[in-house]
Ligand binder design. Structure first.
Ligand code: CDP
Length: 231
């Protein structure tokens, strides 16, 4: 296991920078990266395309069980392939994020995706980000990080992410959407957003993604991770 590398769990609220930081950490350590939010997003998108209502727990779980995921590094970051098709752009749309949060409340949907995530973590050397990674998916991970940032900073980041992709949404609407999603994610019964008791909290307010990633990498090295010979 020491050869394969650590399992690193990164959890936190929407737009806290989890994905960017997790990607940077994985690249630097030469680990695999798994974006579990993309799996909930892909499930919501596939359900909509197949005419299955997001409130239909068993119907959506059946959709989730049929999906095949591949994650590939690309020049701009990470591409998400669902059933062999590149869905990276569609998955980041605002309404798909809301759909992800809606389907993520259902225990059978979570059971299907958590099983897949645990299988992917089995060999170590992986960075996974989400809401329940340190608490449910990898409760024995030797490094758990809880990323936070002020609500205003998170709204600014989401606004920038959307406007970079040509979507102009009023700032107030973004704040309201983030608040609603965080409330739903923290208050659901199954796999709520919760900080693991042994998680290290990293507040990224005022930090660049590189600075936040450097902190996580520093802790990973203290806990036994090794930098690859040829990064
Ligand atoms: O990027 P952002 O933080 O907006 O969201 P995401 O990580 O892509 O996750 C989208 C939604 O999927 C979240 O609002 C959660 O409801 C759900 N999710 C979850 O329930 N469990 C996870 N491990 C990851 C995401």
């Amino acid at each position: 296991m020491a050869e394969a590398g650590l399992c690193i769990a990164i959890d936190g609220p929407a737009a806290s920078g989890k994905g960017t930081v997790a990607r940077l950490v994985a690249r630097r350590l030469g680990y695999r990266y798994l974006d579990t939010g993309a799996m909930y997003r892909a499930t919501a998108l596939a359900a909509r395309e197949q005419g299955v209502s997001w409130s239909d727990a068993d119907g959506v779980a059946a959709v989730a069980r049929q999906l095949r995921f591949d994650f590939r590094w690309s020049g701009t970051g990470l591409d998400v392939l669902v059933d062999g098709r590149d869905r990276t752009r569609q998955l980041r749309a605002q309404d798909v994020g809301e759909g992800a949060s809606a389907v993520a409340v259902h225990p059978p949907v979570r059971a299907a995706l958590v099983a897949l995530q645990q299988a992917m973590a089995q060999d170590g050397g992986v960075v996974m980000d989400g809401r329940d990674i340190g608490t449910v998916v990898m409760p024995d991970a030797p490094l758990k990080v809880f990323l936070t940032a002020s609500a205003e900073e998170r709204a600014r980041r989401r606004w920038r992410e959307l406007s970079d992709r040509g979507t102009r949404v009023p700032f107030g609407q973004i704040v309201a959407e983030l608040e609603a999603r965080d409330h739903q994610d923290s208050h659901r019964k199954a796999g709520p957003l919760r900080q693991a008791g042994d998680a290290v909290v990293v507040d990224t307010t005022g930090l660049s993604a590189e600075q936040a990633a450097a902190r996580v990498i520093g802790i990973a090295l203290e806990r036994g991770a090794r930098l690859p010979d040829h990064p």
